[in-house]
Write a protein that binds this ligand. Sequence first.
Ligand SMILES: [Zn+2]
Length: 349
Amino acid sequence: MPELPEVETVRRALAGQVVGRTIRQVRVHRPDTIDLPGNPTTTNPTAANAAAGLNGPIVAGSACSSTGSDTLQGAANRLLCGQRISGVVRHGKQLAWWTEPSGAPTTTHKTGKTKRKNSASGYGELGKHAGWPAVGVHLGMTGCLRVFDGGRGCERGRADRMRAEWGGHTHITWELDDGLTIAFQDPRRFGHVWVFATGEQLRAHRWAGLGPDALTITGEELHRRLGRTRRAIKAALLDQSLVAGLGNIYTDELLHVCRVHPRAPAASLSVRRTKRLADGARTLLAEAIEHGGSTLRDYADPLGQPGAFQAHHAVYARHGQACPRCQSKLSVTRVASRTTTYCSHCQRK
Ligand SMILES: [Zn+2]
């Protein structure tokens, strides 16, 4: 499953390609991928998918109203067609983009060819435009957002080959005014897309239950949150409501970096050790983002580039091998039902 570094890599690549572009057409191949209030696919997804399959994808063009009725067509319309993508934002492992509603004051955008400086997740930007419509995306296990160039042959997505490989798993596409297409693809279908009339609704309904982002949480905040749980530190760090963005890979790596045993009671960690965890998370995640995240099976960014950070994993899935720090043999156990690799010599309770 993509964790914070992979989702942030997707966000940066996507932002560099699509911000400032207008969505000309939306095609929905699997209506039950979308969730929005009143969407009949939420209550009867099988029938909706069957209908879509019989009649081809549901298509919404730029002339569509963004406030369509509660029909499948309305659902497609509300995926923001006709509107201009203003920003791409991430919180934890969740991704969203928001658009300028028609009639909003014109904003100057950098073009897709401009490399945008992304030092943060864009979360603060969402706050400035909380009243603007938003699409939320959860990639789930195998979900991805790819940017195709319509077969023009540039590096963007290596369109033809990927379309052939992934075509059957493309559930929604957004076609943009410059010929690019964003495709939401998800072979195992644990991913999902939400549509919100405002970014404020996105935060209230989807993101309110998430803890602070693992890239920015302070040691004090982490210590306060860990102090409330009786769980092992690894289980606590995996809990997205406590801190958002860490999964099995980066939790194992972080605990090794900070020399904390995965079964250490979370509440027992001192302020100093907790601060080291928060600082360590920031450094580890930033380094992973610099490498484009980790590709273990099929993760790739919107341009089709796999991550390279898996070559830098110290412990994850390396049980039986030597600890890179002390050369002891790495151990494996299960914590929170997850396979956990650690060094029994370096990592102490
Ligand atoms: Zn060791």
